[in-house]
Design a protein. Structure first.
Length: 244
């Protein structure tokens, strides 16, 4: 192989390493969603089991649709997200058993600032994780969303602020909550406020029910490093051949 071809291959490998760190949508239940609606009360904590698309275990951000049940002006709005390392839709075989375990860190808080909510509408909130969340293993994993609003007396959970639910095939990733075709989600009908759910908190509004959100990810750092090392090795070979 001549020098020019060596250099071309080495540069191409380095480009792949750079491209590999680009953001990829690994879960998407917003694109192409059908029948978006508010879940019935109680709905201050909403969650589901999920598996990201291939190569999506290093979560960097995403978006979630907030559904408003009333017209209210909030001086501040917050979104809280909890990731879970383990999901068991049966709750260990008990109706009151918990479906999530192995929390990945503490709940992550995002302040959205002042927000004017309008009844029976939804808004998309985009979030970026300061530190990516590493999902270890093949899943399924769990995620819980909780919104809080401040009307002048401090942040508080309210059924007027909840995560939108929807039906329709997913654009990316897998919903592991329920069985085909009646996949679904969890809402805290049991009254839990610890970001977890009992198995009987399961709900669905039709075929392919799910929460309305997306997740973005990059490959794990080791994968990118492997590409980079390979590229540097090829460059070294090309330089040595040129000197020879």
């Amino acid at each position: 192989m001549n020098l020019s071809r060596f250099l071309a291959l080495a540069l191409a490998t380095l480009c792949v390493a750079g491209t590999a760190s680009a953001q990829n949508v690994v879960f998407d239940s917003i694109t192409g969603q059908l029948t978006p609606s508010l879940p019935t009360a109680t709905r201050t904590y909403m969650g589901q089991g999920f598996t990201p698309a291939l190569g999506g275990n290093f979560i960097t951000g995403g978006s979630v649709n907030l559904a408003s049940a009333a017209t209210v002006n909030y001086t501040n709005l917050t979104l809280r997200i909890q990731f879970w390392g383990t999901f068991d839709s049966t709750g260990g075989g008990s109706a009151t058993g918990l479906v999530f375990s192995n929390p990945i860190g503490a709940p992550i808080l995002f302040n959205a600032g002042a927000f004017a909510a309008t009844a029976n509408t939804f808004n998309t909130f985009t979030f970026t994780l300061g530190t990516p969340v590493a999902l270890v293993g093949t899943g399924p994993f769990g995620i819980t969303f909780s919104f809080q609003g401040d009307t002048g007396t401090g942040l508080a959970s309210t059924d007027n602020l909840t995560t939108l639910v929807r039906t329709g095939a997913l654009a990316a990733g897998t919903n592991n909550t329920g069985t085909a075709p009646n996949f679904g989600y969890f809402r805290n009908a049991s009254g839990r406020t610890d970001f977890n759910f009992q198995s009987n908190d399961f709900r669905q509004i039709g075929a392919n029910s799910a929460l309305s959100f997306t997740l973005t990810a990059v490959p794990e750092p080791g994968t990118v490093a492997t590409f980079a090392v390979g590229g540097m090795a090829l460059l070294g070979v090309a330089i040595r051949r040129r000197r020879a």
